[in-house]
Design a protein around this ligand. Structure first.
Ligand code: UD1
Length: 418
């Protein structure tokens, strides 16, 4: 097992480049199951979740290989339609294979997905959506058995704009006969990226990012070359790190309109920000005004995936901050760890009140999940003294070589064996 060893107190200076978005790449990898031909994904970071998804594709019979940072997938000869508990349990995005497997084979047997433990994370909206397309689904012994012999395009209204359910249904609709319309879909940038990928393979999908997604089913998809959008959550994490530690950094491969909600909060709190094309410059003195009130929401609101990192920043900002987590019910597991470092945080149910302190202190802390782990790294970089963060395999799910990137900015952070 590995952990991060951090000596806090350094300001950050220099340039950092944002990698491709984890939450775009994972559904795109699942969509490759439906493609007859080679898919070449360019500049893919080796997030452990991406490697997990590659393992699933290989087990199903796809050819998966790397050419430098490009990932090549050929699923033309894929035969498998089942995903075991050990594979599916390793990552949440295993559920994305359901729609594509139904398009490919008309049957699928997929174990319940795993992933970060940030709440119950039900899949009822995925399943009811697929049922609306005519799929017969039985849940038994930890598996979802789906039969899509009668699957065809239809109108589907989601009870909540779930990101994953929208993606599953877009993929299922792409190769189903007839027209599928998804009402109340998620509008996250990853949804638009999946539409762009599917269309690059010959699908006919439109409306993503808006109120209705319109899909005209096609018989088959062909190979393509594609590059995923920059990861807005990683970009937001770097912005928050600089805001907290102080310093001046330039972030490359950054799309400002994907991070509007965060940028307006940072501007209010006295950070200096300058955006030029696909890069952003941020400078901070490291002792900011509190954000005041923060509420996580579906896009374009403040993403739940930045809530823990915002909390780390608020633990040393001036004044009080109220954070309301509206998406996932168990997403405050980083709170006791931040308290160990000297943060003043109280919480009830889905609400936290943070009183900003002058200092945090180094401690031995454990990463509870991917973004909670990133928040603890931030806190360690700001704290006085030494911090060790264990459980970093969860951080590797969505940040690639984080310690190398942060060291290049002047942070003192090393990956060591436990
Ligand atoms: C995706 C992201 C995750 C992010 C989340 C919210 C991936 C791999 N993961 O997760 O990083 O935190 O969006 O932006 O892209 N829900 C149900 N039933 C369902 C599905 C969801 O009740 O069938 C609920 C969830 O419990 C949650 C809310 O809907 O409260 C949002 O979940 P969803 O948008 O589906 O998130 P994920 O796709 O799991």
């Amino acid at each position: 097992m590995e952990k991060f060893f951090i000596n806090g107190g350094n300001k950050l200076y220099g340039k950092i480049k944002v990698d491709g978005a984890k939450n775009s790449l994972l559904p795109i990898l699942a969509a490759a199951i439906m493609v007859d031909g080679k898919v070449k994904l360019k500049n893919v970071p080796r997030y452990s979740d991406v490697l997990g998804m590659c393992k699933i594709l290989s087990e199903l019979g796809a050819e998966v290989s790397w050419q430098d940072d490009n990932l090549i997938i050929d699923a033309s000869l894929i035969e498998g339609h089942a995903i075991s508990t050990s594979l599916a349990g390793a990552l949440r995005s295993s559920i994305f294979t359901l729609g594509p497997l139904l398009c490919r084979h008309r049957i699928a047997k997929v174990a319940y997905p795993g992933g970060c433990e940030i709440g119950l994370r039900p899949i009822d909206i995925h399943l009811s959506g697929l049922r609306s397309l005519g799929t017969r689904i039985v849940e038994k012994n930890g598996y979802i058995y789906a039969n899509g012999e009668s699957m065809e395009g239809s109108d589907v209204t989601l009870s909540f704009p779930s990101v994953g359910a929208t993606e599953n249904l877009m993929m299922a609709g792409a190769c189903s006969k007839g027209i599928t319309r998804i009402f109340n879909p998620a509008k996250e940038p990853d949804i638009v990226d999946l539409q762009d990928f599917l269309n690059a393979c010959g699908a006919k999908v439109s409306g993503s990012g808006g109120n209705v997604i319109y899909i005209e089913g096609v018989e088959r998809l062909h190979g393509c070359e594609f590059e995923a959008i920059p990861d807005r959550i990683a970009a937001g994490t770097y912005l928050l790190m600089c805001a907290m530690c102080g310093g001046e950094i330039e972030i490359e491969n950054f799309l400002p309109y994907h991070n509007q909600a965060l940028l307006s909060k940072l501007l209010e709190s006295a950070c200096k920000i300058d955006v030029k094309d696909d890069r952003i410059f941020i400078s901070s003195k490291g002792a900011l005004q509190s954000f005041g009130e923060v509420e996580t929401a579906v896009y374009p609101g403040l993403p739940t995936d930045l809530q823990p990192q915002i909390m780390a920043l608020e633990s040393v900002s001036k004044g009080y901050c109220l954070i309301v987590e509206n998406l996932f019910e168990s997403r405050f597991k980083h709170v006791p760890e931040l308290i160990k470092m000297g943060a003043d945080i109280r919480f009830r149910s889905n609400v936290c009140v943070i009183k900003g302190k002058d200092k945090l202190y180094g401690a031995e802390v454990n990463s509870p999940d991917l973004r909670g782990g990133a928040a603890l790294v931030m806190a360690g970089m700001k704290a006085e003294g030494y911090t060790t963060v264990s459980g970093i395999e969860l951080i590797d799910r969505g940040y690639y070589k984080l310690e190398e990137k942060l060291s290049a900015l002047g942070a003192s952070i090393k990956r060591i064996e436990e």
